[in-house]
Design a protein around this ligand. Sequence first.
Ligand code: ADE
Length: 258
Amino acid sequence: MRLDVVSIFPEYLAPLELSLIGKARVDGLLDLRVHDLRDFTTDRHRTVDDTPYGGGAGMVMKPEPWAQALEPLLSGPERPVLIVPSPAGEVFSQSIAEELAAEQQLVFACGRYEGIDERVIEWAAQHFRVRPMSLGDYVLNGGEVAVLAMVEAVARLLPGVIGNPDSLVEESHQDGLLEYPVYTKPSAWRGQEIPEVLLSGNHAKIARFRRDQQLRRTAQRRPDLLSRLDPEKLNRADLQVLRESGYRIIDGHLLSTD
Ligand code: ADE
């Protein structure tokens, strides 16, 4: 997969040289290039921002360097996806990461200050499939940290990036539920024993225990995820646990009874 990141702080993306993502780059699974937006300015001061029309606080990123930086990235036959990190974007999720992992090329445009001149987005929409994307309902100083998170979430889904692909199957958000708790040796630690069933060798019982934990955890921590579950995918044992956590199926919807 080809990834291009445009930023005024290319050094911010240095962690993408580490760990599994760094190895995927060395192995040729990821062709990740970081571009300095200032290299596409034409003035002596390498200016990338200016004051906002209409007044107001802060500075706005100028359009010209953005078009200069993005245009050369349009080499393939397809319109690439252009991800614009912004607190005003669609909220990034595991299902979006899966969608993006199927692309040939992703381009990330890291805004800073109050954002990028809106005409860049309008212009880019003619050449890219533009996706403004938020990490969540909080404000960062710029898009770089969001890009680190999104690149990691997407790249780990590519074949060969994670050594054991089984570890992608049973993890949080894969089936709309949070992951079950995990334990390792020693079996007793500071007065706490691990749940006995995990020593039983009974795989069906262990699977049931883990599923119960997933459902309980999700009900407690992320009730918003439960309301998005398809009730058709729940069996009797699931419904029993959910009832104990205060949920019932009413008119085909999983609803809290609290
Ligand atoms: N840039 C600033 N805040 C952001 C957020 N919450 N998500 C993505 N990009 C951002």
